[in-house]
Design a protein around this ligand. Structure first.
Ligand SMILES: Nc1ncnc2c1ncn2[C@@H]1O[C@H](COP(=O)(O)OP(=O)(O)OP(=O)(O)O)[C@@H](O)[C@H]1O
Ligand SMILES: [Mg+2]
Length: 146
């Protein structure tokens, strides 16, 4: 491929990008590109701290659900000589936040530092692909709707 050809390819790329999104906005800001749902299971008493941490990084909405679950200890604080006790469900809070993909790391960091006690049962964070989002009132889509 000669230098002329490379220039054409570059030009095409520029033309393409400018068609895809308004100048000055990144893909996420322009509502283009993938989003994620960050789902966190946390200790109930950590909810306010986590919410404050998310607000501080500019997360504008979240969904909270009271759930029950268990992790490795199966809901118990000790496993006696490795014997398995019956599983017991412990109350937890599930938080779901839809964010542009470029906000995922920040979101995970905020949740982790706010929810961590260092004790067992601190919870988990799962990241799930999100295809589409719509703000019902305005019809705005994807990252613009978050
Ligand atoms: N693999 C999993 N799938 C779905 N939910 C899970 C899973 N593991 C944990 N959870 C949820 O997260 C909650 C907290 O889990 P927990 O923090 O106890 O995990 P863990 O692996 O036992 O870690 P730790 O050893 O720090 O306690 C559980 O009560 C459950 O609701
Ligand atoms: Mg556990």
């Amino acid at each position: 491929m000669g230098p002329g050809c490379a220039r054409v390819v570059k030009l095409l790329r520029v033309v393409n990008l400018s068609r895809e999104r308004p100048v000055g906005l990144n893909r996420a800001q322009a509502g283009i590109g993938p989003m994620k749902i960050v789902m966190a299971i946390i200790k109930p008493f950590k909810l306010e701290e986590v919410r404050d941490a998310l607000t501080a990084i500019g997360v504008h909405g979240l969904t909270v659900t009271e759930v029950k679950g268990y992790g490795r200890q199966k809901g118990h604080t000790e496993i006696y000589r490795g014997a398995e006790y019956a599983v017991s469900f412990l109350p937890k809070i599930k938080i779901e936040v839809a964010v542009a993909s470029d906000q995922v790391d920040k979101t995970i960091d905020a949740i982790t530092s706010a929810a961590k006690t260092g004790q067992i049962g601190d919870g988990k964070i799962f990241v799930i692909n999100l295809d589409h989002a719509v703000r019902i009132r305005t019809g705005e889509a994807d990252a613009a709707a978050l």
